[in-house]
Structure formats: C-alpha cells, structure tokens
Design a protein around this ligand. Structure first.
Ligand code: ASP
Length: 581
C-alpha cells in the first residue's frame, strides 16, 4: 500500500507513530527554515513539515513540488505547536523523512478550493479537478448516502432491485425520445427509456410484487436548472395494493431518509386533492412552508360596477400579513411583477387594512369601507394587513396569483431552506386537452387508471375523469409521482381510444402490455422519484447538476468529453444512415 492512513484521520492519539500518506498537494508555504505542505485526499488534509536545518536535501526537493502533484510521504506524527481546531487533523503534523513523487501536475486552470475562481464552463471542462473540491465531494457523498438508505429501506420492505433494458422501443406518448440506430436492423431504431414504466408493470405480471430500481432515464426535452437529458429515478412498483398503500409505503421511505440523513422527524404528510391545491395555491406543487392561501372573492366583489371584476371568471387574492405599510413604490413593483409575461396578469388590486381600522384601496372609486370590510373578513385579515387581488380567466389568474404568493413568500422570508413541508397531491385529472394536437393527452401517462366511479365518463366527459394518480411535493418541488395502473385489457383499450389512438395503433405500440394483461395481471401501482432533485433538495440547492458527477450543460453538451459529436462516414454507412443537411 502506498499509505498506512488517509489524510483525514491522524490525530493526537497517533503522536510518535511512523506513518505513510499519499495524496495531492493542496498548498505549500516556504518560510525559509521550514516548508509546510498540505496534503489532501478524499478524507481530509494533513500538514507536512520539512526542516531546512535537519534535512536540507529533502526540504530543497519539497520546495520544488507544485500544486496538485501526487506524492507519497513517510514520516513521524508530531504534536503541532500552532493548532488548527477547525480540522480533525489540526493538532498534529508529519515530520517527513522521505517522499516520492507519484505524478506531477500542470498548474490547474482554477483553484481547487471550497470557493474556487473557476467559472462553470471551465470547471465542467476539467470536471475531474472540480471533483477534488470539498463542496462537490460532499454532494456526491450525500447522493451515495441517500441511494444507500433508499436501498436499505426498500430492502427492509421486501422490494427487490431488478434492472430493465436501456435499449427499448420509441412510443409517441410522453416527451421526445432519444433514439439509437440498430446496425443489425437497418432503418430501425431503439429508444432510450423515458422511464421503465411498462417493464415494471410487466414485472408485476411476472409475480415480482415489490420492485424498485435506481435507474437512468432519458428525455429529449429543453433543459433547465433542474433538468438533465439523462437523470436518475428511484422507480418503484407494487402489486396487490390500493392508492393508500403506495402513499403510506413511500411516505415512510421519505421520512426514513429525512431521519437518517438529516436527523429531521417529519410529521405525517398532508394529502390534498388536485382541485383543492389549485383552489388554494393555484399550483399542483404548492409550497406549504407558509400559509397565505387564496381567497375567492367573486360573491363580494362582482355587481358593483367595476368592470375588471364584473367581467372576470375569477376574483381571487392573498393576504400579505402586516404589509399594510407598503409604499406606493413597493406596490408599483408588485404590479410590475404580476404584469411580467411569465406571470401574465393585467394588473394588481390592493387593499390596505390600516392599523387604525380604516381601509385604503386601489379601487376606492367603486367600493366603500363596508365593502372592503367584507373582503377583509373573508381573508380573516387584521389591521396592518395588505390584500393583493387579481381577476380574470380562472386558470390564468390562479397561475399568476401563485407566482405572486411565492414572490411574497420570498420577500417576507417565509421560504426557509431548513424547513421541509411535504404533501401528497391526489385525484389528478386523468386527461388534459391539448390545443395544438386537438386531442386529450394523459396527464400522467396512459397506463394510469381512472377512478372507478368516473370510468363511465371516459367516453362522455373525458375532461372531468379523475385519476388514481398522486404526486409528492416538498417545498414547492415535485419530487415524485405515480399512480394505480390499469390492469385490464378492455379498460386500457378504452383509455387509448380516449387518447385518440386507433385500435391498430394501440395494438402496434402497446399490444405487448395489453396482451400481458390477459394472463392474470394483478392490480398494481407505483411511483417514481426524481433522485437528482431529491438529493439537491436535501443538499439545499436548486441545481441538480451540483449533485451529478458528470452533468451536461444547458445545451445538453458534455463539454469535457465533447459530446454529442459527429460520427465517421464509415459508422454512418454501417448504420445505413444519411445526413441530409
Ligand atoms: N413512470 C412514471 C414517471 O416516470 C412514474 C410512475 O408512474 O411510476 O413519471
């Protein structure tokens, strides 16, 4: 072995021992008579000492070592006179007797420190150097720990991890597929899985009643901070279960993770329907770290001659508690905020409930004190509160008010990153109308079962059918979602009809699954968690990239290996592919 210990473990108990360490040079200080070098590995940093007086040859050689050289040193552990209480090895140093250079290093293009001078692009190009930095290492260690705890928990619940294929078949549902040409089947393509959905259902039919897999999935979508073209899911499925069984099992998994990874005991997760979430938060992923629920005001605002309200499908507001002292300028800023195209409201109406009990609003012309008092009662407002109201078409207004609510949450410091508020959203609509394709799309995926009591509406009123589908949301981030599945051929056929498939199309795309349903498919359901997102949430960051060893950039490129790239004419020929542009 090139080491007896790691660079993070020697301490006062090792004084006098002769040891051997290997690692990278973090930094070197030459004080004339003495040279100090910090040697680093994954576990920590240890101070090495070279003395010009007692060993000038060795010290001279040490002075020539550069940053990031890899060395192996032998020496004695000695108590430090100048102790560093901040690191575990800070009470000792190594009097080096001998060292070997295992490899030299060029000067790194950025500093390998917690706070580096390297920009994102440069760090990604030299990711192997970036990986040496503590913050990146800690993130990957967190990821490892969470994967391990997921496996431990699921194993304890009798789930088994089974791998499913990566070269599968392209289907028209869902996001865009990444495809792989097949050399042996010219003109034909595999697709990379967007999720192992159909395979995990087939595993249920195969009798493996509790399956999971920590698995790479691929979606060719436009990228954002929390999206990567390849990402990892904790993918799970259970047979002989109903919705509550799935929710209970995975609520326990999330609680387990919080307990063992963050030492946080979470209360039982609240469960609300999609409709309730939209009504009170205008979002199917509400951040419930703070209250500020929506209050609908149609009944007390309409019919008084204010056209904006009278013409509106929905008049709805929030109570920004203790904000009645907002200045004209602050209110104008909020109005600008709601008018941004991403938010989409036309304007903002405010009511100040002054501390002296009077009201001041932006619609004083139309509404008197008595009217405004009625509104305030609806909000349960106290003197000192500020009511912020939007009006317009229902969904658009809910969405805009959701943005305003989050903005106020930020302004009022109500979104504490150390607080975690999970909830389940249930009873999603089964289908959503798509204006572009002029047909219904599955809100979750086509294998999700409708609620029993709504099945009859599938052919008559498809838009109002509710699904046995659920999402888990923490602090406004969707971290997982799933459903109870259809396990009956006829119902699956009906679902494909509702989605606009002809019988032949359904059979050609998903015949394998529908055929399997005819051989004793058990009732089943499951869930998948976005693992990268979950780790980022635990780590307190918005960017999943920080938790992936080799992530892709916003353009979907790996700048280190320079991919994607062209392939040779020979490869193209072998694949019988032609580039036309
Ligand atoms: N396969 C689904 C997804 O990737 C999750 C599930 O229904 O289990 O969103």
């Amino acid at each position: 072995m090139l080491r007896t210990h790691t660079c993070g473990e020697l301490n006062i108990k090792n004084i006098g021992e002769t040891i051997k360490l290997s690692g990278w040079i973090q930094k070197s200080r030459d004080l004339g008579g003495m040279t100090f070098i910090d040697i680093r590995d994954r576990y920590g940093i240890t101070q090495l000492v070279f003395n010009m007086e007692t060993n000038s040859g060795l010290c001279g050689k040490a002075r020539k070592l550069g940053r990031e050289f890899v060395i192996s040193v032998s020496g004695k552990v000695k108590e430090r006179s100048n102790k560093n209480k901040k690191i575990p090895t800070g009470e000792i140093e190594i009097i080096v007797e001998k060292f070997d250079i295992l490899n030299k290093s060029k000067i790194p293009p950025f500093t390998i420190e917690d706070e580096t001078d390297g920009g994102e692009e440069l760090r990604m190009k030299y990711r192997y150097l970036d990986l040496r930095r503590n913050p990146v290492r800690k993130n990957l260690e967190l990821r490892h720990k969470m994967a391990l705890e997921v496996r431990k928990y699921l194993d304890s619940q009798k789930f088994i991890e089974i791998e499913t294929p990566v070269l599968i078949k392209s289907t028209p549902e869902g996001a865009r597929d990444f495809v792989v040409p097949s050399r042996m089947n010219p003109g034909q393509f595999y697709a990379l899985p967007q999720s192992p959905q159909t395979f995990k259902q087939l595993l249920m039919i195969g009798g493996y009643d509790r399956y999971y897999q920590i698995v790479k999935c691929f979606r060719d979508e436009d990228l954002r901070a929390d999206r990567q073209p390849e990402f990892t899911q904790i993918d799970c499925e259970m047979a002989f279960v109903e919705q509550n069984d799935v929710l209970n099992t995975f609520e326990k998994m999330i609680k387990h993770l919080f307990k063992v990874v963050k030492n946080i005991e979470l209360d039982d997760f609240i469960r609300i329907s999609y409709n309730t979430a939209m009504k009170f938060y205008g979002s199917d992923k509400p951040d419930i770290r703070f209250d500020m629920k929506f209050v609908e005001l149609n009944d007390v605002t309409q019919g008084k001659g204010f056209k904006v309200f009278d013409d509106a499908e929905l008049v709805v507001g929030i109570n920004a508690s203790e904000c009645a002292d907002y200045s004209r300028k602050q209110l104008d800023k909020l109005t600008d905020f709601v008018r941004k195209p991403q938010v989409g409201a036309n304007g903002l109406i405010y009511v100040k409930y002054n501390l002296d009990g009077t009201f001041k609003s932006s619609v004083d012309k139309f509404f008197n004190e008595g009217d405004l008092k009625k509104w305030a009662e609806k909000f349960d407002a106290k003197p000192g509160d500020l009511l912020l109201i939007l009006a317009g078409e229902k969904e658009k207004t809910q969405k805009a008010l959701c943005e305003l609510r989050l903005e106020m949450g930020n302004k009022l410091d109500l979104r504490d990153t150390n607080k975690f508020c999970p909830l389940w959203i249930t009873d999603f609509p089964l289908l959503e109308w798509n204006e572009e394709s002029k047909r219904y799309h599955a809100m979750h995926h086509p294998f999700t079962s409708p609620k029993k009591e709504d099945i009859d509406m599938l052919s008559t009123d498809p838009g109002n059918v509710r699904a046995n589908a659920y999402d888990i949301v923490i602090n406004g981030i969707e971290i997982g979602g799933g459903s109870i599945r259809i396990h009956d051929r006829e119902l699956q056929k009906e679902m494909f009809t509702a989605l606009g498939f002809t019988e032949e199309e359904a059979q050609a795309q998903f015949g394998f699954l529908m055929n399997a349903f005819e051989y004793g498919a058990p009732p089943h359901g499951g869930i998948a968690f976005g693992f990268d997102r979950l780790v980022a949430l635990f780590g307190g960051s918005d960017s999943i990239r920080d938790y992936i060893a080799f992530p892709k950039n916003n353009a979907g490129r790996d700048v280190m290996i320079d991919s994607p790239s062209t392939i040779s004419a020979e490869q193209l020929k072998e694949l019988k592919l032609k580039i036309t542009e």
